[in-house]
Design a protein around this ligand. Structure first.
Ligand code: FES
Length: 122
């Protein structure tokens, strides 16, 4: 019994994380380990990355989490849903590589993702 309890308490908890790089308007790189299952927006908010306000809390209703995804990552992400496209139409200077960071779920597959935050959100 002691060994089972010892194994439980001393076994490191596997906590998968992915590295996400947030580039702010002043070209500062913030490389953050974000827990899998959170969104890229939640990783920014929890780490006080400037420029991602996330006013609607991830409800796809504000576009204050708008980011530009680095070109070579854009096609590796799951496709946008209609609601995201509609909200991006209202974002500041949307580009072809625009995404709402609240709609990007962190996982091992996006380890190394780089996103830039529009200057208007600074
Ligand atoms: S947090 Fe509001 S749309 Fe993403």
């Amino acid at each position: 019994m002691f060994y089972i309890l010892a194994l439980f308490f001393f076994t490191p908890i596997y906590n998968p994380m992915a590295k996400i790089t947030y580039i702010t308007h002043d070209n500062q790189k913030h490389i953050i380990e974000v827990q899998n299952g959170l969104t890229v927006m939640e990783g920014a908010v929890q780490n006080d990355i400037p420029g991602i306000d996330a006013d609607c809390g991830g409800g796809m209703a504000c576009a204050t989490c708008h980011v530009y995804v680095k070109e070579d990552w854009f096609n590796k992400l799951p496709k946008k849903e209609d609601g995201e496209e509609d909200m991006l139409d209202m974002a500041f200077e949307p580009k072809t590589n625009s995404r709402l960071s609240c709609q990007i779920i962190v996982s091992d597959e996006i380890d190394g993702l780089e996103v830039s935050i529009p200057s208007k959100q600074a």
